[in-house]
Design a protein. Sequence first.
Length: 136
Amino acid sequence: MTRYLIDTNIASHIIRGDNPRILERLVAVPMDALAVSTVTEGELLYGLAKRGNPSALAERVNQFLLRVTIWAWDRKAAASYGDLRAACQSKGVSLSALDMMIAAHARSLEATLVTADKAFAQLPSGLLTVENWAEQ
């Protein structure tokens, strides 16, 4: 079974319920195949704090986090980060620090990264499996 690590931008669309393509794909995947990184969890919680923790949004974020597996960023992810960052740097590719951490985490889990971030298209071929559920 394919595992999917959901990036923060896709998680945000799921929480808002504003992209039918993402929602269609989401319901087609078994819940136990979906996960987020603790890095994404932190980004979602930061977004809440930045907005003053509005109760309706906080409830939606918390309900989302209750329904998906949350994988801790661990030593295996750290090792993957070192390899991925070195490979990217040798090809002149740069990602933001948190994007690199999430990508490395997906790689360490042998999961498909689900993201709408176009920066991941720059990654050298074969380093990471990426799907954009926001596109057809």
